[in-house]
Design a protein around this ligand. Structure first.
Ligand code: NAD
Length: 321
């Protein structure tokens, strides 16, 4: 599994182990932290380097790898706008090297981390997998290019792949596994309110009930379980080459998140309303029937459970050495 020392990856590792799978991680620890995955074999490689392909294929042989879960990537939208070429090398190049190593080591199946960012500005109430794919950022375009590459590799080399399009991932499965990067709504708000600052809301004049943007928040543990369910689906010979949404199928507004987070933390989350950000769609909520039907997975945790676990992890800080 690549990117296993990261926020989502470390949850996937634990869920795989609980389901009886053996795991080996490949990670350059650029944003990951080995303390999240103690005792799990970790091969340090920068997958964006073409030179990683040989040692990666060798590690696959040595560890008897049968399937790959590829999460290693860069995920900061703003950074991708400033460094699009580097993002392409990291995210698309990294996947190409993983697919090349899989071919060399005769590893036949892969679950690939994609993102709701592949959709861009959506108009549907629920976004289905066959909605228009018009990513708004270089980051989203690298994720979409990865999906295309996966499909082409399936045709040319027979690799069996599924892309999971994650919606808004939050929460933690254990206090030491929390998201330490302040880049999405939940961590941004936690960062501000614990520093005594008011959370900022980018616009309350959207065409939604309370005027703030609506998103689909999924618990990282539910997301991790979606990976295991997808691996089982691949192993059982299920249809491949697809992209599947991973969300709850329930929309929650920014103001609702703030209200529940205030109750959970016991801190004041009264927002400061600031100008809209460019490129924020009013509503992005997943249609989740395809993953429920094909992979037999659906999310269980509700918003409060997501926020309670995020708060517990935030208070405990990064893992101790
Ligand atoms: N967090 C989200 O809300 C979200 C939403 C949609 C999709 N995703 C995707 O999920 C995946 C994991 O995201 P995350 O939130 O856990 O991020 P993260 O930064 O915590 O994890 C990424 C991991 O990949 C490793 N990595 C990065 N580049 C690498 C490289 N070139 N070679 C080897 N290892 C490398 C990092 O060290 C880290 O351990 C990414 O592919 C991301 O695009 C995340």
């Amino acid at each position: 599994m690549t990117g296993g020392a990261g926020y989502i990856g470390s949850h996937v590792v634990r869920t795989l182990q609980s389901a009886g799978h053996e795991v080996v991680i490949v990670d350059d620890l650029s944003t990951g932290d080995a303390r999240r995955v103690p005792g799990v074999p970790l091969v340090p490689l920068d997958l964006a380097e073409a030179a990683s392909r040989e040692p990666l294929a060798q590690a696959m042989h040595e560890h008897g790898v049968t399937s790959v879960i590829h999460l290693a990537a860069r995920k900061q939208v703003g950074e991708s706008v400033e460094r699009p070429l580097w993002y392409c090398g990291q995210n698309v190049g990294g996947l190409a090297h993983v697919l090349g190593a899989m071919e060399r080591a005769s590893v036949g199946s892969i679950v690939y981390s994609s993102s709701a960012a592949v959709y861009g500005s959506v108009s549907e109430d629920l976004v289905a997998e066959d909605a228009a794919l018009e990513p708004l950022s270089p980051y989203g375009r690298t994720k979409l290019a990865g999906e295309w590459l996966l499909r082409d590799a399936a045709r040319a080399h027979g690799v069996r792949g599924v892309a999971l399009r994650y919606f808004n991932v939050a929460g933690a499965g254990a206090p030491e596994l929390g998201d330490t990067v302040v880049a999405n709504l939940v961590t941004i708000v936690l960062d501000r309110i614990t520093r005594g600052l008011r959370p900022q809301v980018y616009g309350t004049d959207y065409p939604t009930d309370d005027g703030s943007c609506i998103r689909d928040y999924v618990h990282v543990v539910d997301l991790a379980e979606a990976h295991v369910a997808t691996l089982d689906h691949l192993a059982a010979g299920g249809p491949v080459g697809e992209a599947l949404n991973v969300g709850r199928g329930t929309g929650v507004s920014v103001l609702e998140v703030l209200a529940v987070l205030g109750e959970v933390c016991g801190l004041d989350t009264t927002p400061e309303v600031v100008a809209r950000r460019v490129g924020d769609p009013a509503r992005v909520v997943a249609a989740v029937d395809r993953i429920a039907q094909d992979v037999r997975w659906s999310a269980r945790a509700d918003l409060r459970a997501i926020l309670e676990s995020a708060w517990a992890a935030w208070q405990s800080g990064p893992p101790a050495i």
